[in-house]
Design a protein around this ligand. Structure first.
Ligand code: OGA
Ligand code: NI
Length: 369
């Protein structure tokens, strides 16, 4: 192979095609109706009702969409993009001063693995609500709760302030989107708000350096986002690809200046009992240009037991998932993203009712042999 370390090389079937499909793209949704002076989401007028229909269709058919006129001031985003560029330009030993490790769960690191293949990227993570409360370990019996504090670098100055201001703005957008999604499922708009009281949300600054072997490695391997919703800012380089639901093709998300890319995460899939599915995506790298992106991962409180909402299940449509603890799910994931594992990472389908029934059946048939 020679060109990149073997740890980065994707299995044949997961390597990207260098010719890009930019066929029918993900929906583009204009949120200006939300900021109109007389908007009242509790008593939606016809423009809001149209918007809700569009959001519902985008969630159902794509799991991904872009929003414009979203209310996040573009200068806040520009400032953070500049900070990210300056931070990542530093020598590795400087960045490693705020390195993430098994104890400090946020900060800088460059060794993330997705499905056991190393990603061609470096990242800086910070939590939006600090301290962030999370289980101290992934052991289900261990009830200890740990407090996570952010690690802020000395350089660039104002890094912390810019990060915090940005997060505050995007958080408002995330709540608005959850309200629209609730309405689209026929629920009161504030149905999800309570889950985020002690949110475990974090923001990630992603830097994808140019890669000598973009046909072998990926910036982020194929995955689904584990949280409720992701609100992603990407720069103008491009590289994000989404697995289109209609035909399973990987399609490129074309950068739209100042837009946000929104995707449904695993938690909305479970809450909606599969009405809205979390969709696989990945990031291609290229040999010439570096790329930056900033996802905001909207995560509920650690003590949330994630399960299909009662209002969305009934005898004809019984709950497809057993309840699982978000905090334990997250700590299990965080621990395993560090290193190559021999076992598969925890996934929501492990909590599928059918999956559990099959397992039980297998266990029983083994025991009776
Ligand atoms: C992620 C992700 C996409 C991108 O970090 O989970 O999907 O464009 N990032 O960086
Ligand atoms: Ni993702």
């Amino acid at each position: 192979m020679g060109e990149v370390d073997e740890a980065f090389v994707q299995a044949l079937e997961h390597r990207p095609k260098l010719s890009v499909t930019e066929a029918e793209g993900i929906p583009l949704i204009d949120l200006s109706a939300l900021s109109a002076a007389n908007t009242n989401i509790k008593n939606p007028d016809s423009t809001i009702r149209d918007l809700v229909v569009d959001i519902g269709n985008a969630c159902k058919n794509w799991g991904f969409f872009q929003v414009i006129n979203h209310g996040v001031p573009s200068d806040k985003r520009r400032s953070l993009e500049n900070m990210a560029r300056k931070f990542f330009e530093q020598p590795l030993e400087e960045k490693r001063k705020v390195r993430r490790d098994e104890k400090k769960v946020v900060g800088y690191y460059d060794t993330e693995h997705t499905k056991n293949v190393r990603d061609w990227k470096e990242v800086f993570d910070f939590v939006v609500k600090s301290p962030c409360l999370m289980p101290a370990s992934s052991d289900p019996e261990d009830k200890e709760i740990a407090e996570t504090y952010n690690q802020w670098p000395d350089y660039p100055p104002e890094f912390r302030e810019v990060c915090e201001e940005y997060a505050k703005e995007v958080e408002k957008l995330a709540y608005k989107l959850m309200e629209l999604i609730a309405l689209s499922l026929g629920l009161p708009p504030d149905s999800f708000n309570g889950f985020f009281k002690d949110q475990t949300t974090f923001v990630r600054l992603n830097h994808y350096p140019p890669c000598p072997a973009p046909h072998l490695a990926l910036g982020v391997g194929r995955h689904k986002d584990a949280g409720a919703l992701t609100v992603l800012a990407q720069d103008d380089v491009g590289g994000l690809e989404v697995k289109r639901k209609s035909d399973g093709e990987w399609v490129r998300v074309k950068p739209t200046p100042d837009a946000y890319i929104i995707n449904v995460g695993d938690i909305i899939q479970v809450w909606s009992n599969d009405a809205y599915e979390s969709v696989e995506h990945r990031v291609m790298v290229n040999s010439e240009k570096e790329r930056f992106s900033i996802p905001f991962f909207f995560f509920p409180s650690h003590y949330t037991m994630v399960k299909p909402l009662d209002e969305l299940t009934n005898e004809q449509n019984p709950a497809k998932y057993r309840a699982y603890s978000w905090g334990k799910f997250l700590t299990t994931r965080k621990g395993s993203n560090f290193k190559k594992l021999d076992v598969e990472n925890v996934q929501i389908y492990h909590f599928r009712v059918q999956e559990l029934a099959d397992k039980l059946e297998r266990a029983l048939s083994i025991n009776s042999k």
